[in-house]
Design a protein around this ligand. Structure first.
Ligand SMILES: [Zn+2]
Ligand SMILES: [Zn+2]
Length: 263
C-alpha cells in the first residue's frame, strides 16, 4: 500500500533556471508516488511567487497556498509589498501566512529589518486568523521571543524544516506550534533532530520536502521534488518505531487540520 502523504512545504517555482522542471510534471509525479496534498509556499524577492501559489491552489483541489515574505527578502518589503501580500493573505485559497521568521545564518537582510518584518507578519496572521509558517535559522531564541511577544499562540502554525534542538521544540509546542521535518531528518549526523523526531507528540508532526532545496538521503545532490517526501516520512517512522503507513496517516491528518486541506 502506498502511504498517502502531504508535502507540507514546497516551492514550485524556486529552482534556478535550467534546473526548474515544469510544475505540472512535478505534481503528477508526486501524486503517482502517493502525495495527496501540497502546501505551496509563495515567497520571493517580489510578490510573483505569492500570486503563483494562489493560482496553483485555485487550479488544484489538492493544493493550498501560503503567502509571506521570507527573512532573506525582508529588506525589500516596503509598505506596498506588505499591502499586496496582506490582500492575498485574505484569499480563501491561502490557508497560512509564511514562510516568515529570522535567518541569521545567511543574513541576506539586516537583522533589525528581519525582526520588524517578522513582527509585522505575525500581526497579519493574527488579523486574518490564519496559522504561521516559521523559517528560523541560528535565531531560535529571538524567534521564540517574538512569537511569544506578538501573540502567535492565538493562531499557531508550524516550525518548518525543523533544525533546532529539544528545548526549542518544547517551547514551540507550548506555543501551540507543529514541527515539520524535512530531508534533514534523514541525515546521519542530525542527532538532535532525531531526538526531537522521537519526542514530538504524534498529533503535532508534519513532513515536507522544502523542494527544491533539501533532497533527502538517498537522493542527496539531486534537485529536491515533492515526490521525495516519502524518504523523509520513512526515516521519521523508523525513528518513532511506527509503520510508515501509520506515520503517513497521522501526518496527513495533521496537515489537513492545520492547513485546511480538503480530503
Ligand atoms: Zn525556509
Ligand atoms: Zn521554504
Amino acid at each position: 500500500m502506498t502511504p498517502a502523504l502531504v508535502d507540507s512545504h514546497c516551492h514550485l517555482l524556486a529552482a534556478p533556471e535550467g534546473k526548474r522542471r515544469d510544475a505540472q510534471t512535478l505534481l503528477d509525479e508526486a501524486r503517482a508516488a502517493g502525495v495527496v496534498g501540497f502546501v505551496v509556499v509563495g515567497v520571493g524577492e517580489t510578490t510573483a511567487e505569492a500570486h503563483a501559489a494562489v493560482a496553483f491552489a485555485r487550479a488544484h483541489a489538492d493544493i493550498v497556498a501560503t503567502v509571506g515574505v521570507h527573512p532573506h527578502d525582508a529588506r525589500g518589503c516596503d509598505d506596498a509589498m506588505f499591502a499586496e501580500i496582506a490582500a492575498l493573505a485574505a484569499d480563501p485559497e491561502v490557508t497560512a501566512v509564511g514562510e516568515i521568521g529570522l535567518d541569521f545564518h545567511y543574513d541576506h537582510s539586516p537583522r533589525d529589518v528581519q525582526r520588524a518584518v517578522f513582527r509585522r507578519f505575525v500581526g497579519l496572521a493574527r488579523a486574518v486568523h490564519k496559522p504561521i509558517v516559521i523559517h528560523t535559522r541560528e535565531a531560535g531564541e529571538e524567534c521564540l521571543g517574538i512569537l511569544e511577544e506578538e501573540g502567535a499562540r492565538d493562531v499557531g502554525g508550524v516550525i518548518h524544516c525543523f533544525s533546532e534542538d529539544l528545548p526549542f521544540a518544547r517551547r514551540a509546542l507550548d506555543l501551540g506550534f507543529h514541527l515539520s521535518f524535512s530531508g534533514i531528518v534523514t541525515f546521519k549526523t542530525a542527532t538532535s533532530i532525531h531526538e526531537v523526531g522521537r519526542f514530538a507528540p504524534a498529533d503535532r508532526i508534519l513532513v515536507e520536502t522544502d523542494a527544491p532545496y533539501l533532497a533527502p538521503v538517498p537522493l542527496r545532490g539531486k534537485t529536491c521534488e515533492p515526490a521525495m517526501v516519502v524518504h523523509t516520512a520513512a526515516r521519521l517512522a523508523e525513528l518513532r518505531q511506527v509503520p510508515l503507513v501509520e506515520l503517513a496517516a497521522q501526518t496527513t491528518v495533521n496537515a489537513r487540520h492545520l492547513f485546511g486541506l480538503g480530503a
